[in-house]
Design a protein around this ligand. Sequence first.
Ligand code: AR6
Length: 252
Amino acid sequence: MAAKVDLSTSTDWKEAKAFLKSLSDKQREEHYFCRDFVKLKKIPTWKDMAKGATTKEEEPQYKKDKALNEKISLFRGDITKLEVDAIVNAANSSLLGGGGVDGCIHRAAGHLLTEECRTLHSCETGKAKITGGYRLPAKYVIHTVGPIAQGDPSPSQVQELRNCYVNSLQLALEHRLRSVAFPCISTGVFGYPNEAAAEVVLSTLREWLEEHKDKVDRLLICVFLEKDEEIYRKRLPHFFPVDPPAGLQSQL
Ligand code: AR6
């Protein structure tokens, strides 16, 4: 095993990363920044959560697929507490930290995250780069830069938001990461309208899962605001249809 490293005082991110990699999942817990972390198995899948959720307004565009409904979750809370393979950071192009979820992730992971980010030399909009998670319960952080869209997004901004999700997932595949949590990229400081963002996110995740479902265990949509929780609860049944409520089944 690599020599023991104190993550709060170490100045060598490479050494710290190698040390963390040498630990078992249980041993890593000792280094988390918090005790109240959330284990993946405690988070219900959309299949468990959605019992009886139907789409009222229109026919769902996608077919019901139980296997896909087991691969997606809606979680409301602090993304830094999630014990998953990777959390995605809604970063800015410097990758050196900022406000919002970016600030929370950098504070929780500690200064070694910023040190590793420094070596990545920025990131373009829609692209993604990966680092270790350091003091986070998540093993890795995938940093992506969403479009700045104050007001109605243009077609290229829609594509850039989609690229954030697809490129983050591509990195997850390359690193064989099986659980990935996303915040609502661009919908805070960057001003992308929440409803429009949710449509992009849900269609992108649905289409990506159709192609790659065997390669991941869970994709988590981590919302922070009540408003986003409501939007996703309403729109998830459209992209991930579920069984109608028991009483209704005989009528359909
Ligand atoms: N866990 C989960 N979601 C969070 C958390 C958290 N701890 N904190 C905030 N959110 P934003 P952006 C939600 O502004 O719009 C930064 O300064 C938040 O409620 O963090 O992509 C960067 O450095 C919202 O729903 O990201 C960039 O400069 C979502 O995360 C810029 O902001 C995204 O809001 C990026 O802006």
